[in-house]
Design a protein around this ligand. Structure first.
Ligand code: FES
Length: 105
């Protein structure tokens, strides 16, 4: 089942697109022509991190760049995150600075 994803950036920018089953948020965004930052695409760098504000995502492999507390606070690595429901996700460089225990925090 596909799901609707809305990304929101600081300020008023929002983009909504559809993620197909098994497709990561990063892949679905790219298919919709939306550029998001990424590096490793394997869940190890946190370059792609977002914060899920509504809905639910699941990581399709171990999100090594996240501490357990980060996941409890709904941070998701969008390169390996698939949507389980329609989602609203905050993105932008400031999201990464909120990660606990990170060298950016
Ligand atoms: S691009 Fe590195 S964790 Fe997603």
């Amino acid at each position: 089942m596909s799901h609707e994803i809305t990304l929101e950036w600081p300020g008023d920018r929002e983009e909504t697109f559809t993620a197909e089953p098994g497709e990561t948020v990063l892949e679905a965004a790219a298919r919709a022509g939306i550029r998001l930052p990424y590096d490793c695409r394997t869940g190890t760098c946190a370059e792609c991190v977002g914060r899920v504000l509504e809905g639910r995502t699941e990581h399709r492999r171990m999100p090594r760049a996240l501490e357990p507390g980060d996941q409890e606070e709904n941070y998701a690595l969008l390169c390996i995150a698939t949507a389980s429901e329609d989602c609203r996700i905050r993105v932008g460089s400031r999201v990464k600075t909120g990660l606990g225990g990170s060298p950016w925090g």
